[in-house]
Design a protein around this ligand. Structure first.
Ligand code: PLP
Length: 373
């Protein structure tokens, strides 16, 4: 075993779900968003744990992701948050997975496939209230979409939108999106059409900060995994620890350099430890000469370029390190910690990309439940 593993604490997922349950109360459904392999944590394992801890819905990006969960025997409602083409609609219908509709072309595919199978599709209508990405224009909801969705051969379980800036300090744009969403709801009411049973707008950040966005379901992604949904959010437990091993320790002299391109040159003698992780594992090259790792509870700087399968760190003079020592790339070691937000900043990205970027080469190992989430 190479010793480079992502250790997933499913009780942390349970803890985080409880935090969201506490914030939204008992009447609002919780959707655990497990797209992209549960943000790199493992879709099936996280989905099972989340359902066990009280998630009412699961959110995925594609019909394929939803099918994987159904094949694992998961029976709670699943919603495909992204686009579905005709092939994907076929899968979704076969697995009783809800799909999102946000434009007319795929809607035609959904209708014709459903008709062919003699099945009523379950569709959530997504309205663009300001994300400027996918979603139908608010002005088309009553004129075009309501007649489509209230036909007898369709089931319309949900109306939704998505927020662009709920993690920002300034609430102005979130308020504007909420106002537009409420206006759509009001237009539907005025048209005399009953609202669908599920109305949803909030992601993790909005669920924590803006109670007015809860409606009757919130979609929890990043917060489920314990990363901060907005800067400074507290109370969530990170679910992933990433660890590796020291493969070699060597002594270098002043003037010696480390790694490709010789980007780090020693000005005094130092011990350099090589670690069994590289950019092919998701330990991105942008972390070169920027990141820190934890060895024996101490922060050690990554020096030189990160290569495909290896990284190099400088060992503090007063720390004894040897081949085989554990290296924490993400997570805690005693009182020392590398947070995903810190890593994201070193790499010039966001926690979402760090977590989903941990590559399939890194085995995911699951801590047995302690039952104390
Ligand atoms: C991914 C996703 C979410 C989850 O967002 P987080 O910020 O990770 O909580 C919610 N809604 C939709 C439509 C998504 O695609």
């Amino acid at each position: 075993m190479r010793g480079t593993n992502a250790i997933i604490d499913l009780d942390a997922i349970g803890h985080n779900l409880k935090v969201f349950r506490g914030v939204v109360g008992p009447a609002v459904a919780l959707m655990a968003v497990v797209k992209a392999g549960a943000y790199g944590h493992g879709a099936i394992e996280v989905a099972r744990a989340a359902v066990g801890y009280g998630a009412d819905w699961l959110g995925v990006a594609t019909a394929e992701e939803g099918t994987e969960l159904r094949m694992a025997g998961i029976e709670v409602p699943i919603l495909v948050l992204g686009a579905s083409n005709a092939d994907q609609v076929r899968l979704a219908l076969a697995q009783e997975i809800d799909v999102t509709v946000f434009e007319r072309f795929s809607w035609e595919a959904i209708k014709s496939e459903a008709h062919r199978q003699g099945i009523k599709p379950r569709v959530h209508l997504k309205v663009d209230t300001g994300m400027g990405r996918v979603g139908v224009h608010p002005s088309e909801v009553v004129s075009y979409w309501i007649p489509q969705l209230t036909r007898g051969d369709v089931i319309w379980p949900g109306l939704m939108s998505h927020l662009a800036e709920s993690d920002a300090d300034d609430p102005a744009f979130t308020r504007r999106q909420l106002t537009r969403f409420l206006d759509v709801i009001e237009q539907i009411r005025l048209s005399g059409t009953p609202l669908p049973p599920t109305i949803h707008l909030a992601n993790s950040a909005a669920a924590l900060r803006y109670p007015g966005t809860h409606f009757n379901l919130v979609r929890i992604g990043i917060g489920l995994y314990g990363a901060e949904p907005y800067p400074g959010a507290t109370g969530l437990k990170p679910a992933m620890r990433l660890e590796s091993r020291v493969t070699m320790v060597k002594r270098l002299e002043p003037g010696d350099s480390v790694g490709y391109g010789r980007t780090y040159v020693l000005d005094k003698p130092a011990s350099i430890a090589t670690v069994a992780v590289g950019y092919a594992d998701g330990y991105r090259r942008a972390l070169s000469n920027r990141a820190f790792v934890l060895i024996r509870g101490r922060r050690c700087p990554v020096v030189g370029r990160i290569s495909m399968d290896q990284a190099t760190v400088q060992v503090p003079d007063d720390l004894a390190v040897q081949a085989g020592d554990r290296v924490i790339l993400l997570g805690c070691d005693g009182d020392a910690k590398v947070a995903v937000e810190e890593w994201a900043e070193w790499a010039g990205t966001i926690s979402y990309e760090v977590l989903t970027g941990i590559s399939p080469r890194v085995p995911r190992r699951y801590l047995a439940s302690r039952g104390d989430a």
